[in-house]
Design a protein around this ligand. Sequence first.
Ligand SMILES: C[S@@+](CC[C@H](N)C(=O)[O-])C[C@H]1O[C@@H](n2cnc3c(N)ncnc32)[C@H](O)[C@@H]1O
Ligand code: SF4
Length: 391
Amino acid sequence: MLSLYVHLPWCVKKCPYCDFNSHVYHSPDLNKPALPEADYIQALKLDLTESLALYPDLSHREIQSVFFGGGTPSLFSGQAIGEILTHLSKHFHFSPHCEITLEANPGTVERKHFRAYRKAGVNRLSLGIQSFNAEHLKKLGRIHDSLEAKQAISIAREAGFDNLNLDIMYGLINQSLSEALEDLSVACGHQPEHLSWYNLSLEPNTLFYKQRPPLPEDNVMHLIENQGDALLKTHGYTRYEISAYARPNHQAKHNLNYWQFGDYLGLGAGAHSKITTPTHKKIHRLIKHKHPKTYLDCLDCAHAQISFVQENKIVCDQDKPMEFMMNALRLVEGVDLSLFEQCTGLPLSRIEKILLKAKHLDLLDSSEKIKPTKKGLLFLNDLVNLFSEDI
Ligand SMILES: C[S@@+](CC[C@H](N)C(=O)[O-])C[C@H]1O[C@@H](n2cnc3c(N)ncnc32)[C@H](O)[C@@H]1O
Ligand code: SF4
């Protein structure tokens, strides 16, 4: 099995908290301010050709999910998304239940685009709502207001999307407990199938990191986290990952694949890939050229065989346990013990001592799984770091 990630790197405006590989598009031709869709699609196609030449086995693996992430993929037309999907389906076999997600910013929603995405095969939309509160949206520098957030949800439903994720953030600037809970109540009122509830983090290289805004005190955060979790549970959402909640049978297949340490091929500017070679179980990590301009420049150089790949590293055995745990331990129900050997090619005996230590510290559950306890989820970094010890 394999997942595909397609990065579409442009946004209308850079949000002050965002550290994603997203860029405001500055057209070299003022008469033609639209995104360079055609060139980018051409580059994605050549990027895929190069990846398949490097790893020919990939084309035999069934695709279980495709994710168009950004940036703001909803800036691309339905026709463009359709062309990318058609091209991918010529090179891969898609599972009949393949989940195909596209991220959309409520400030860039157009009815006809949403219908066209659905028609092109996208069957899941992820809306970057963040908050329904007008003041908070302003402070976050979002391009949409509360009404547009709600309209985006109705437009998505009208366009035929029966699998919706809403991204909501909490711990916003001076946010009170009642404001955070109100955002969740409004979100639940729209009955999305999935809800991602992120704690706003101050990431290096962002404006918020340089000019640190006043965030809620620890005791308020504690109340938000506990009461928010309970509220979501009451509305029928089960927490299955640190920040992910889903209705039954609606866990995100694409994200689950990351957390279960599955393989994925990333296409587009700055896209990451993780590819395990079938015979030697070597884990390769690739990163494509990050800046959209550098990435697009590879198009002109394609005849000179300049690579889209900026970095290609093999994960050494020493690093595998930590990399595996960084993902698997985010899952509330953890993973089967056998997954460790299956994914890393290492014997379980290699981490047995650390598993025991983590159980002793009440960070891991004592069951026959690799499963964090409540305390383990709360101190996830400490738990994961145990696996970086010399083993
Ligand atoms: C690539 S963005 C989603 C699509 C679109 N670009 C948008 O913002 O509407 C992915 C999500 O990550 C979350 N996110 C981004 N920066 C964050 C931060 N600093 N802390 C917490 N969550 C963040 C937001 O909820 C955002 O919707
Ligand atoms: S719209 Fe999304 S990807 Fe773009 S800058 Fe804002 S948070 Fe980042």
